[in-house]
Design a binder for this molecule. Structure first.
Ligand code: COA
Length: 149
């Protein structure tokens, strides 16, 4: 069983950053200065931490308002030894629930190409060209979450 925490203190934030350092900097070789950016400390950015049943930090993501009713999801990361067990899905579902609760119209993310089918399985659709970010192929993806009146 996983537990979702909406991060509210610096100790939890440090656990989330630890996961991102392992996954994006060590594993994917993203330069630290690109990975850790100003949005991390912006007031309207929220961070999520996923704990496993031992209380170990297993995954993280952040999300922030993007304007025009759009909530942007970034830095989705699950520790390598925790993948394939529903952790990523759990993080994405928690953010989507938050987006719906706050009446956002849609969710947006910039997907690494290898993760495109992961997001498609969660109802996201790719839109636009493939582009390079930090030397990794990405494509923009969207999911409508506004309720029909
Ligand atoms: N390609 C296709 N499908 C995938 C996938 C992938 N790379 N990773 C997971 N899936 C599928 C699973 O099979 C599962 O399908 P099911 O519900 O039909 O069983 C579903 O997506 C949910 O998988 P889950 O176990 O919740 O995913 P995860 O915990 O392994 O997390 C990532 C997925 C992408 C977040 C994780 O692999 C990761 O952190 N990768 C490194 C960092 C990264 O690239 N992040 C994305 C940045 S855009």
């Amino acid at each position: 069983m996983y537990q979702i925490i909406m991060i509210h203190d610096s100790q939890q934030l440090e656990q989330a950053f630890h996961i991102r350092r392992r996954v994006f900097i060590d594993e994917q070789h993203v330069p630290e200065e690109l990975e850790m950016d100003d949005y991390d400390h912006q007031a309207d950015t929220r961070h999520i931490l996923l704990l496993d049943d031992q209380g170990q930090a297993a995954g993280t993501a952040r999300f922030r308002p993007y304007g025009g009713g759009v909530l942007k999801i970034e830095r989705v990361a699950v520790m390598a030894n925790q993948r394939g067990q529903g952790a990523g899905r759990r993080i994405m579902e928690a953010i989507e629930a938050e987006g719906k609760r706050e009446k956002y119209d849609s969710l947006k993310l910039s997907a690494q190409l290898h993760a495109k089918s992961f997001y498609e399985g969660l109802g996201y659709q790719a839109k636009g060209p493939i582009y390079l970010d930090a030397g990794i192929e990405h494509v923009d993806m969207f999911k409508q979450i506004s309720q029909e009146p």
